[in-house]
Design a protein around this ligand. Sequence first.
Ligand code: PLP
Length: 425
Amino acid sequence: MNAPAAPAGARASDRRSRANAFAARVRRDFPALQQEVGGKPLVYLDNAASTQKPDAVIDAIAHYYRHDHANVHRGMHELARRATEAYEGARRKVARFLGAADPAEVVWTRGTTEAINLVASAWSHTFLGEGDEIVLSTQEHHSNLVPWQLAAARAGARLRYLELDDEGRLLLDRLPELLSPRTRMVALSHVSNALGTVNPVAEIAKQVHAAGALLLVDGAQGAPHLPIDVATLGCDFYAASGHKMCGPTGIGALWGRRELLEQMEPYQGGGEMISVVEREYSTWAEVPHKFEAGTPNVAGAVGMGAAADYLTGIGHAALAEHERTVLEYALDRLAAIDGIRLFGPPAAERCGVVSFLLDHAHAHDVATILDADGVAVRAGHHCAQLVMKHFGVPATSRASFYLYNDTEDVDRLIEGLDRVKAIFG
Ligand code: PLP
């Protein structure tokens, strides 16, 4: 016979205890979290901007530089072979992490921004013409807007926008009317960095393909939190940043369907991306190297590979369960504050990001006062000015959670907000 079900309150408190035990174990892996700020243990809630790094990543980078560094691909000596293997091995790890069967479909970039610029530049060069249309949304980070504005201006193409509802969800029932025979590309985020909204990419991909267009997904906030399988998502391009998923800065990945990458012209010219160079013309290396001109960020790639391994070792199910528990607790506690305005959909539809405003206190003052208490949050437009316009505000404060945060971090945030309220009345 089954044991009688525990009351809901007890179940929630069990989940919180499990989440706190999980975070306590994980935090030991992150040296930067072992410090005090403002005389108190650091509470790091700025993960949507950049995450902290575990020893596994720091050690992988240090090991690479201590033992294996040389330039890749072109050397005939032992260290060049090792560096090349480290670089290409990291590509295989990131390909696995994204669910890509073919590592050649993964192009190293400086991050999500460069990955989107690569497509907006190289793909648009061949496939975007006058009168063509690109569909974006008002939820996008500037990285998924400005490159398309530049591409559209070059080609004489038109930008069309999917709007948001009052809770920051995409108004998907309007997508069919935005998709026309002239739509060539739809570019949307997997997860909003300003609101945490998770978008139903697989459902969107079907509609986009039925209209004969391509789908690029800005995965800067998706890859760190959700299990990514580009085949199941059904998109054509997926962009991610190392530093938002426990890896180093200055490295990211663009996954693209091989036949598309093969049809695209190079984005930059230089060493390593060519097959033959003559006086007047050159021919290109195979993908992905065609898009990797110059000496690449080998140590960054090694670090991103180690980060992918680290997160895989934690397991996406454990990560999701943990983040859900902390997020629900945060939303409950924040919602109980008098004079707070919370932005974004309910917990079930978002990742661990909470944007908010307090009556009478500017978002930046909130962040400054929290910082004095050792609580790191971000304030501003979060590179999502169209989201701010949608809600009619210039800025929000944003707390964003990751695998090392727990409900005590949320308590410290709430205590800090109580202080803000005491100061601003
Ligand atoms: N897209 C989203 C949704 C983001 O949150 C960010 C970074 O905040 C980016 C793109 C840009 O990422 P990066 O600065 O790593 O290129």
